[in-house]
Write a protein that binds this ligand. Structure first.
Ligand SMILES: [Ca+2]
Ligand SMILES: [Ca+2]
Ligand SMILES: [Ca+2]
Ligand SMILES: [Ca+2]
Length: 509
């Protein structure tokens, strides 16, 4: 039982125009939404029943029990009920189903009796305001179908899994065929759980949420309704059988429920197999975001298809089985990580398909750089150039522009120290060479160190580096240092060493 007091809200509805006479009733379907004409406006119970009768079925002995305004005919655009036209039976006013959804508690409390069979069906809960259309029918086959019906209610979703389990039934010779998984169709049998939080959901694949809190996407006053359902039952061919279509409020007379039954759908002809849609989602990282980290992910369901004869009516984007939004396309912020979303498409016949897909959003990039040189030791000191491979990388942080990369190579020794006496032109062990640092630019130009200036500008991302394998004999080692700058600021260094002797050469022992 719900703790809060139940307050219903009556709805004023402008009466529809009078329907034409004749056995079979029809309303012109509105371009949008649903039109309803009830039994206070010239429609008889007999004509309601004949509206239902399809091929292979002859009906008689029609009896209606309930408020005249609780029964009527409807016509709707395909997005509302998923059934184009037919009859509606209500526990309030049939016209109250007309949208948009303005109240979460639309109520007409007729103060009328319930139905003993329906009360038994929902665990001996008292029922109220029953609307019942019953009649005999003679089928030309041993199997009967009600090939399209849908149940809806303002009990959704705040009274899901409560005692206000408004119920309906189609009794064929006393046996209910309006079932789902062997359970009578009711508030508690088909829903998204309480307040759409997914708690205690039952058959949510058959439920269409229309809560005001969720934007009331369906153009009807009903807060939720089932997808079109089918009843099938064994009958006695060629003789009268009895059908009782019934709906009632449970526990009190408040918060209307309704059942829609398609025109001509009471038939011995099996319903055609419904086209099955295929949900085909795609997504792109539309915009990477730094603060908060993540990305705007753009979802696109436009590649979804339906079999010939079917038209996709709704696209829903789900996370954790719960709709986030509707529409062919949808965009939202997604945090870094891998998340499983799903696209659910539903066609105008109520057939549905769902495809799950993972979305991976990268963590925002941090600024970073790295520099290394190979080889990092030169031996022997044979005064020849050695090619030194420099591996360098520099990346911008999230939202920053790429850093400008520069740098230089510097030697710890001049190319040639002052000559020793008696040995003109030659330093102690460092040969007579200059240009010991040799940098080749991408355009082929070469820059060399000089005796006076043992530094050469060097871009580690683009330039080729050659270093002479020599050192001064009086020193312990020559160290070439490669410096990488980012935006003019030194960021990383790497060294290439020419040792004094073989013992000092790390790779030789
Ligand atoms: Ca409502
Ligand atoms: Ca409600
Ligand atoms: Ca009622
Ligand atoms: Ca109710």
């Amino acid at each position: 039982m719900a703790a809060a007091p139940r307050m219903g809200h009556a709805k004023a509805v402008t009466a529809a125009t009078r329907a034409p006479g004749g056995a079979r009733l029809s309303l012109a379907p509105p371009a949008r939404g649903i039109a309803v004409q009830d039994m206070t406006a010239g429609i008889t119970a007999d004509s309601l029943a004949r509206t239902l009768a399809g091929p292979g079925v002859a009906i008689s002995n029609v009896v209606y029990t309930g408020a005249p305004a609780a029964g009527g005919i409807f016509a709707a655009d395909p997005t509302v009920v998923g059934i184009g036209s037919g009859i509606v039976l209500s526990t309030g006013k049939a016209t109250s189903v007309i949208g948009p959804n303005q109240y979460d508690n639309v109520t007409t409390d007729w103060g009328l009796a319930g139905d003993r069979q329906l009360s038994q069906l929902i665990g001996n809960t008292a029922t109220h305001d029953a609307a019942i259309l019953e009649f005999d029918f003679v089928p030309d086959s041993s199997r009967i179908y009600v090939s399209a019906y849908a149940f809806g209610s303002d009990e959704y979703s705040e009274f899901v899994n409560s005692g206000f389990n408004d119920a309906m039934a189609f009794y064929v010779n006393g046996v209910d065929c309006a079932t789902v998984g062997g359970q009578p169709v009711s508030i508690n049998a088909i829903n998204n759980g309480y307040l759409n939080l997914g708690v205690g959901a039952s058959n949510p694949q058959l439920f269409r949420d229309n809560a005001i809190a969720d934007g009331a996407p369906i153009n009807t006053e009903l807060d939720g309704l089932t997808r079109p359902l089918t009843c099938v039952a064994a009958v006695n061919k060629g003789v009268p059988n009895h059908l009782k279509l019934a709906i009632a409020d449970a526990n009190d007379g408040l918060f209307d429920s309704d059942v829609f039954i398609g025109a001509g759908t009471l038939t011995t002809t099996p319903p055609p197999a419904r086209p099955v849609p295929v949900a085909v989602p795609s997504w792109t990282l539309a915009t990477l975001q730094c603060d908060p980290p993540g990305a705007i992910v753009a979802f696109d369901g436009s590649a979804s298809t339906d079999a010939p004869g079917g038209t996709i009516a709704t696209w829903e984007w789900l996370y954790g089985g719960v709709p986030m939004s509707g529409g062919v396309t949808y965009a939202r912020h997604v945090d870094p990580g891998t998340w499983v979303f799903a696209l659910r498409v539903t066609d105008a016949n109520g057939a549905t398909a769902t495809t799950s897909f993972p979305v991976t959003v990268p963590a925002p990039t941090a600024a970073g750089s790295a520099l290394s040189a190979s080889p990092d030791q030169l031996w022997p000191p044979d005064h020849k150039y050695a090619d030194v491979h420099v591996a360098a990388s520099a990346s911008a942080g999230c939202g920053q522009s790429a850093p400008a990369v520069g740098g230089w190579v510097v030697s710890s020794e001049p190319d040639q120290v002052a000559p020793q006496s008696g040995k003109a032109g030659q330093g102690p062990g460092d040969g007579t060479t200059t240009g010991d640092i040799r940098v080749t630019r991408p355009d082929g130009t070469v820059a060399l160190s000089s005796n006076a200036h043992p530094v050469v500008p060097f871009n580690p991302l683009t330039d080729r580096l050659q270093l002479r394998a020599e050192r001064e004999g009086n020193d312990s080692a020559r160290v070439y240092t490669i410096v990488m700058t980012l935006n003019g600021v030194p960021a990383d260094t790497a060294t290439v060493v020419v040792s004094h002797d073989q013992h000092g050469h790390g790779s030789t022992h």
